[in-house]
Design a protein around this ligand. Sequence first.
Ligand code: GLN
Length: 482
Amino acid sequence: MEFKSVKEILTAIKNKHISVVELTTSYLNKIMQHDDELNCFITMTEEFALNKAKEIDKEIAKKKFRELAGLPIAQKDIFCTKGVKTSCGSKMLDNFISPYDATVIEKLNDAGTIMLGKTNMDEFAMGSSNETSFYGPVKNPWDTEYVPGGSSGGSASAVAARISPCSTGTDTGGSIRQPASLCGICGLKPTYGRVSRFGMIAFASSLDQAGLFTTDALDAAILLKEISGHDEKDSTSSSVEVPDYHAYCLDDVKPNYTIGIPEEFTKDLNEDVKKVFYDSVKTLEKMGCKIKTVNLKYTGLGVSAYQVVAPAECSSNLSRFDGVRFGHRSGHASNLEDLYRESRSEGFGKEVKRRILVGTYALSAGYYDAYYLKAQKVRNLIANDFRNAFNKVDLIIGPTTPDKAFKIGEKMNDPIAMYLSDVYTVSTNLAGLPAMSIPMGFKDNMPLGLQIIGKHFDEKNILKLSYLYQKETEWHKKEPGK
Ligand code: GLN
């Protein structure tokens, strides 16, 4: 049986058209078949999945239905999973078995989902191509010579290849939206604080946020409700009420959205991406949306500010990997200082070391004001830009990425070119805003994404616009190789 969406799967299970064990087995088989080529998974959790599937089947036989009963899901390997290796894509944590579950994992487990495995990712979520992973690059299912984007490349590629119906990701500067765009699926980064960060291995704590990959916007609406909400284990998680996103998308009220297009997100676009983007704008106009130009004049400084703030926070967060408490410990150290140095030298890859060096430098006495404080000021200006724009419009759109996916190896020796693939995504992290990428067309047979940015905690209107757009278009239904 082929299922096109999370919603179809949940309905089929509820109506007993398929048992959870059968469904789980069919996805595990798909992964076995395709993952040698795609490299989406670091760890498979077959035994865990089949045991859970049996448990859910028993519950269903007794007419007990959890919200997401029997839904297979792939989890980014940045989320701690009890009793299962949690590597964060790094040699440093290659031997780490988490003693507890991240809140996102706990919530999804409780809702009845079945974890198929842990997905490949850039090391410690630092990257835009999934090439910095200790476990090798992930391939884009549309063309395996191309990157899937990063850092949540395994999660995005798995959903695009239909070897998992949905997956989790994290987004610090674009790591959900950029790979969603390059793989032709939906990727939702909620408002900072909407979803608990407890048990999610920290990269840059003031920017990190967990989110989702699906093929359909309604599926993201269904899943977001389950992972959102205040968590006493994360003091930055918000207690703003969690709406029923799915019901909101489907209700009869059809808002006439006013949508802003920032000049800064369109002026440097190449002709092909521009055409695809403006075709999607025409669709939105046909749907009754009003389009306005807005200015986000400081977003041009987004990547520069991000590349100071994120490394600064990472240099502090990653200091816990010292070879003493957990993770990789060097075998050839003769004293404590050597142990730190050797364990970190051996355990971290090149990009992670680069970020730690940049961050330590930016935070050091004498440079703090010049770099870190300056970057925080720019961050504030960017947030103000958005605040002003949202006085005039309900939502803001633009292309998610400046171009289609690039080839594996193309940008690995040019970190600046790599960082610039996040040019349209980082600003929303700096401002803490929610945003989603949905498929909007193709360039040379490779997918492109439309980014929809909302006000703080206004995921519901991002999802509703995405849902309405997907009623008018077929882009999200396209599958690689078909
Ligand atoms: N590509 C960005 C970086 O390398 C964003 C990563 C992310 O969102 N985790 O920092």
